[in-house]
Design a binder for this molecule. Structure first.
Ligand code: HEC
Ligand code: HEC
Ligand code: HEC
Ligand code: HEC
Ligand code: HEC
Ligand code: HEC
Ligand code: HEC
Ligand code: HEC
Ligand code: HEC
Length: 375
C-alpha cells in the first residue's frame, strides 16, 4: 500500500513538473522527499516496505549488488551522520548533485547529449537504490516493469495492442532501443531508428507470431537499386509504430493485409498520407498517373474494384525493388507462397508486363494501345 502511494506521488509529481517546466521542479522534488521521509518514519522499525525504492534492503533480502560507498559502511558520504544505526537525512535535497559528485562520467554524458530523460533530471533514485539492490546496476526494478511504473501507456500498447512487437519484450526490452539517461537522438533512442531496426531486421530467419519468416530488410535494401523515398531517408517510423498497434505489420495506419481487397480509399490510408488518392480514384486521366494507357487509368483498372481489387503489393514492393517505380519481379501468391512473376519492362512512354495475370500487356501514355489481355 505504502509503496503504491510513493510511486503514484512520484510519477504524478514528475509528470506535472515536466508539463509545467523547470520552475516547479524544486517544489515537486521536495514533495517527493517529504512523502518519503514521512513514510520512512511511519515504517521505521517495521519491514522497510515504504521507501523500498531508496532505503537499504531489509535483512534477509536477496542482494545482488551493493553500492561501493554503502558497502564500506560510509553513510556519511551522503547522509549527515556516519552512524549506520542513525545516519539521518541526506546532506542535500538534490540527490542528482550528490550522485554526480562521484559519477562525473554520466554528468558529462548528460551535458553533451541533446536530449535527457526528465526522470533522471528529477532524481537518480527514481530508478536506482543508492545502497543495494536485488537487481543489477542497483535498479529498483528491471525494465520493462521499471519503465512501466511511469510509462504504463506504452506498456499497455505493447502488451494489449492487436499487433505486438517482440522487440519490446525480448532481450533488454525497452533498452533494446532506448537509453535510460540521455541521447543525441530524439525520443532517447540509442541510435537512429533505422540502425536499431536492422540490428534485428538485418538477419535472416526472424519469424512473426504466425511463424512466417520476415524479410531481411537490410539484405533487401542492399540488393535492390530502387529504394522508396522514406526508406531511403532511413525513416522506418514514417510507416511503422515501434511498440505495438492496431494495424497489420505495425503500420501507423490502414493498409490491406491481403493480395486482393475491395477498394476503399480508407483502407489505403497509409499510402495516401503521402500520395494522391486520385491516382486510383478516377477512371480517366491524362495527368494524375503514369500508369495509364492513353487516358485509361490502369491504377483504377487494377485496384478500384468492389471485390478482388489488387492491392498495391501486387505490383509494388514497398521498401525496395529491382525495377523503376518500385515494381517487383514477382509476388508471393496464395498460401503456398508460389511466386507470380510480373516480368515488367519500362518503355519510353509506358511499360510492359508479360505472362502474368494476363498475357503480355503494353501500356502507352501517348497513344493508348490496349494490347494484350484484359484486367
Ligand atoms: C551514495 C549515497 C548514500 C550512501 C553512501 C548511503 N545512503 Fe542512505 N540514502 C541515500 C539517499 C539518496 C536516500 C534517499 C533520501 C531522500 O530521498 O530523501 C537514502 C535513504 C536512506 C534511508 C531511508 C530513510 C530516509 O531517510 O528516507 C535509510 C534508512 C538509509 N538511507 C540508510 C543508510 C545507511 C545506514 C547508510 C550507511 C550504511 C547509507 N544510507 C548510506 C544515499 C546514500
Ligand atoms: C529512468 C531510470 C533511471 C534513472 C532516473 C537513472 N538511471 Fe542510471 N541506469 C538506469 C538503467 C536502466 C541502467 C542500466 C543500463 C543498462 O543495463 O544498459 C542504469 C545504469 C546506470 C549506471 C551504470 C553504468 C551504465 O551506464 O550502465 C550508473 C553509474 C548510473 N546508472 C547512474 C545514474 C545516476 C548517477 C543517475 C542520476 C543522475 C541515474 N543513473 C538515473 C536507469 C536510470
Ligand atoms: C562516493 C562516491 C560515490 C557516490 C557519491 C555515488 N556513487 Fe555510485 N558508484 C560509486 C562507485 C565507486 C561505484 C562502482 C564503480 C565501478 O565498479 O566501476 C559506483 C557504481 C554505481 C552504479 C553502478 C552499479 C553497477 O552495477 O555497475 C550505479 C547505478 C550507481 N553507482 C548509482 C549511484 C547513485 C544513484 C548515486 C547517488 C545516490 C551514487 N551512485 C553516488 C561511487 C559513488
Ligand atoms: C519516475 C518516472 C519515470 C520512469 C521510471 C521512467 N520514465 Fe521515461 N519519462 C518520464 C517523464 C516524466 C518523461 C517526460 C515526458 C512526459 O511528460 O511523459 C519521460 C520521457 C521518456 C521518453 C521520451 C523522451 C522524449 O524525448 O520524448 C522515453 C523514450 C522514455 N521516457 C523512456 C523510458 C524508459 C526506457 C524507462 C525505463 C528504463 C523510463 N522511461 C522510465 C518518467 C519516467
Ligand atoms: C524496437 C525499438 C523500441 C523498443 C524496444 C521500445 N521503443 Fe520506445 N520508441 C521507439 C521509437 C522508434 C520511438 C519514436 C517513435 C516516433 O518517433 O514515432 C519511441 C518512442 C518512445 C516514447 C516517446 C514517444 C511516445 O510514443 O510516447 C516513449 C515514452 C517510449 N518510447 C517508451 C518505451 C518503453 C517504456 C519501452 C519498453 C516498454 C520502449 N519504449 C521500447 C522504439 C522502441
Ligand atoms: C530486438 C530485436 C528487434 C528490433 C530492434 C526491432 N524488431 Fe521488429 N521484430 C522483431 C521480432 C523478433 C519480430 C517478429 C515477432 C513479432 O512480430 O513480434 C519483429 C516483427 C516486426 C514486424 C512485423 C510485425 C508483425 O507481426 O506483423 C515489423 C513491421 C517490425 N518488426 C518492424 C520493426 C521496426 C520498424 C523496427 C525499428 C523501429 C524494429 N522492428 C526493431 C525484433 C526486432
Ligand atoms: C512507406 C512505408 C514504409 C516504410 C518507410 C517502411 N515500411 Fe516496412 N512495411 C511497410 C508495409 C506496407 C509493409 C507490409 C508489406 C506487405 O505485406 O506487402 C511492411 C512490412 C515490413 C516488415 C514485414 C516484412 C515481411 O516479410 O512481411 C518488416 C520487418 C518491416 N516492414 C520493417 C521495416 C523497416 C526496418 C523499415 C525501415 C528501413 C521499414 N519497414 C520502412 C511499409 C513501410
Ligand atoms: C511517408 C510518406 C510516404 C508513404 C507513407 C508512402 N510513400 Fe510512396 N513515396 C514517397 C516518396 C517521398 C517517394 C519518392 C517520390 C519521388 O521520388 O518522386 C515515393 C515513391 C513511391 C513510388 C515510386 C514512384 C516512382 O514513379 O518512382 C511508389 C510506387 C510508391 N511510392 C508507392 C507507395 C505505396 C504503395 C505506399 C503505401 C504502402 C506508399 N508509397 C506510401 C513517400 C511515401
Ligand atoms: C497492376 C500493377 C499495379 C498496382 C496494383 C499498383 N500499381 Fe502503382 N504503378 C504501377 C506501374 C506499372 C507504375 C509505373 C507507371 C509508369 O510511370 O510507367 C506505377 C506507378 C505508381 C506511382 C508513381 C506515380 C504514378 O502514379 O505514376 C505511385 C505513387 C504508385 N504507383 C502507387 C500505387 C499505390 C498506392 C497502389 C495501391 C493503391 C498501386 N500503385 C497499385 C503498377 C501498379
Amino acid at each position: 500500500m505504502a509503496r503504491i502511494i510513493v510511486l503514484e506521488t512520484r510519477s504524478s509529481a514528475i509528470h506535472g513538473r515536466s508539463r509545467k517546466g523547470v520552475a516547479t521542479m524544486e517544489s515537486g522534488a521536495r514533495l517527493v522527499g517529504v512523502v518519503m521521509i514521512m513514510l520512512g518514519v511511519m515504517m521505521w522499525g517495521g519491514p522497510l516496505v515504504a521507501g523500498a525504492g531508496v532505503a537499504p534492503l531489509p535483512k534477509g533480502a536477496t542482494i545482488v549488488w551493493s553500492h561501493a560507498p554503502y558497502g564500506m559502511g560510509e553513510c556519511g558520504i551522503c547522509h549527515v551522520r556516519d552512524d549506520p544505526a542513525d545516519p539521518g537525512p541526506i546532506t542535500t535535497q538534490n540527490v542528482t548533485e550528490l550522485c554526480f559528485g562521484c559519477h562525473e562520467e554520466l554528468q558529462d554524458a548528460m551535458a553533451k547529449s541533446r536530449y535527457s530523460h526528465a526522470a533522471v533530471e528529477d532524481s537518480c533514485t527514481n530508478c536506482h537504490n543508492p545502497h543495494n539492490s536485488a537487481y543489477k546496476k542497483l535498479l529498483i526494478a528491471e525494465p520493462p516493469s521499471l519503465c512501466a511504473q511511469c510509462h504504463q501507456d506504452i506498456w499497455d500498447e505493447a502488451t494489449k495492442a492487436p499487433v505486438q512487437h517482440r522487440a519490446v519484450r525480448d532481450g533488454k526490452s525497452c533498452l533494446n532501443c532506448h537509453s535510460p539517461h540521455a541521447s543525441n537522438v530524439d525520443s532517447l533512442l540509442l541510435d537512429l531508428p533505422y540502425n536499431l531496426c536492422v540490428t534485428c531486421h538485418g538477419k535472416d530467419g526472424v519469424k512473426d507470431e504466425q511463424g512466417k519468416t520476415l524479410t531481411n530488410i537490410a539484405a533487401l535494401l542492399a540488393s535492390n537499386p530502387v529504394i522508396h523515398g522514406p526508406v531511403a531517408d532511413k525513416d522506418c517510423s514514417a510507416c511503422h509504430t515501434p511498440h505495438g498497434g492496431k494495424y497489420f505489420r505495425l503500420l501507423t495506419t490502414e493498409y490491406p493485409a491481403t493480395f486482393y481487397s475491395p477498394f476503399d480509399p480508407k483502407s489505403y490510408a497509409l499510402c495516401f498520407t503521402c500520395h494522391n488518392s486520385e491516382i486510383v480514384a478516377v477512371e480517366r486521366t491524362t495527368t494524375l498517373t503514369g500508369f495509364r494507357d492513353g487516358n485509361r487509368n490502369l491504377h483504377y483498372v487494377h485496384v478500384n474494384k468492389k471485390e478482388r481489387g489488387r492491392t498495391c503489393r501486387a505490383c509494388h514492393e514497398v521498401h525496395a525493388a529491382p525495377q523503376p517505380h518500385l515494381i517487383r519481379n514477382g509476388v508471393p501468391y496464395g498460401k503456398s507462397g508460389w511466386i507470380l512473376k510480373i516480368n515488367y519492362t519500362p518503355l519510353p512512354n509506358g511499360g510492359r508486363c508479360e505472362k502474368t495475370c494476363h498475357g503480355a500487356f503494353t501500356y502507352d501514355r501517348t497513344k493508348g494501345t490496349a494490347s494484350g489481355g484484359s484486367s
